[in-house]
Design a protein around this ligand. Structure first.
Ligand code: G3I
Length: 331
């Protein structure tokens, strides 16, 4: 029988996967055997949970929480405040005009209280604020309705509301492009400003949407070290390693080549070796899916293209990448 990643890594960190209502059925046994943590890929986002003001739709989120509980898995919450997948009503008043700062913060508060409160006994850790740092180097925060209408301190408020709703939950700031030095500096600046103000923040989520040829290992190491130096816990929250080079825009492959699988395995091996080295800082590594039959990278960033970014193939069988991370450990 193949080893289970959750057992192989039990002295290191949790091994998680993002799931949705389809995959908790189609990938059920793989998930339960290999992983000890899950994250809802979409079903706990604002638009899914409160599509209209005061209308809470918890069915999907509840099923995912139930799946975690039934299989003894941990559950990460994703995500409370984001510029994306948030319904328009949040930012508009009855007459269609933009809401005031006070109204927006009140809406944010009641959403956070309701959602965090509901899953208090299920969710141990929340991505409270997601992706508010701008990618362009000369701009600090991403332009969004949250920022425009509430001002910069919506970020601190989100953490405060979440902490009030569940003082035991670990609260994370989550973002991508962690290996771009300018963006990372801004992420660290944000996190440190929250720490200085005693805002309840406990961790940084490093998403880890990576390609076959980048970021490099030294770049990833640098990201981990810089984040760990804040004293906060780190989690790799959305790991996937595309089988394409960053520049590769091919759309004609019906399966990954042997060379791609080999390079992907090398890279998974190196990346996990690095994660193990930082096991005191890294508390969980979550893949943004579980097996190659389903990934958000199908059609992204290149339309009409399938990707194979995980360590299990479309039939849920271990790939070379799996053996590289589950095989004998060097550290
Ligand atoms: O559910 C609707 C369906 O009813 C509709 O017919 C269909 C038509 O487009 O859309 C479906 O919704 C899609 C949804 O995924 C569920 O499949 C959305 O269009 C699509 O935009 C959405 O994409 C999600 C994306 O976040 C949105 O930004 C991906 O599944 C999800 O993997 C991705 O996850 C994000 C993290 O939350 C944050 N970090 C980056 C990561 C990858 O983009």
């Amino acid at each position: 029988k193949q080893p289970a990643l959750q057992s192989v890594y039990k002295d290191y960190f949790d091994i998680g996967a993002a799931v949705n209502l389809t995959t908790i059925e189609s990938q059920k046994s793989l998930l339960a055997y290999q992983y000890n943590s899950i994250t809802a890929e979409n079903d706990m986002k604002f638009e899914r949970i409160q599509p209209e003001e005061g209308l809470y739709t918890f069915e999907a989120a509840d099923r995912i929480a139930g799946f975690a509980a039934a299989n003894g898995m941990k559950l990460r919450g994703h995500t409370l405040v984001w510029h994306n997948q948030t319904p328009d009503w949040v930012f508009k008043s009855a007459d269609g005009e933009p809401v005031s700062r006070d109204t927006l913060l009140a809406r944010m508060k009641s959403h956070i209280e309701t959602v965090v409160g509901r899953y208090k006994s299920n969710i141990y850790c929340w991505d409270v604020v997601n992706e508010v740092i701008e990618d362009k180097s000369d701009v600090w925060l991403r332009e969004s309705n949250w920022l425009k209408l509430a001002g910069e301190d919506f970020i601190a408020k989100a953490f405060e509301y979440a902490h009030a709703a569940d003082p035991n939950a670990l609260l994370f700031y989550n973002d991508y492009n962690e290996c771009n030095p300018e963006k990372r500096d801004k992420i660290i600046r944000l996190v440190q400003s929250l720490q200085e103000k005693d805002v309840p923040i406990h961790g940084i989520g490093l998403q880890g949407h990576w390609n076959l040829n980048g970021p490099t290992l030294p770049e990833i190491r640098e990201a981990i070290e810089r984040y760990a130096a804040t004293g906060l816990k780190l989690q790799v929250t959305e790991l996937d390693i595309s089988v394409f080079d960053y520049e590769d825009k091919r759309t004609d492959l019906s399966e990954p080549t042997a060379e791609m699988l080999e390079r992907q395995a090398e890279r998974y091996g190196q990346v996990f070796e690095l994660f193990r080295e930082y096991k005191d800082a890294i508390t969980a590594v979550t893949f943004w899916g579980a097996a190659d039959d389903y990934t958000w990278l199908d059609n992204f960033p290149v339309r009409g293209r399938k990707n194979w970014p995980f360590v299990f193939d479309e039939k849920h069988e271990p790939k070379p990448s799996f053996w590289k991370i589950a095989g004998p450990m060097k550290s």
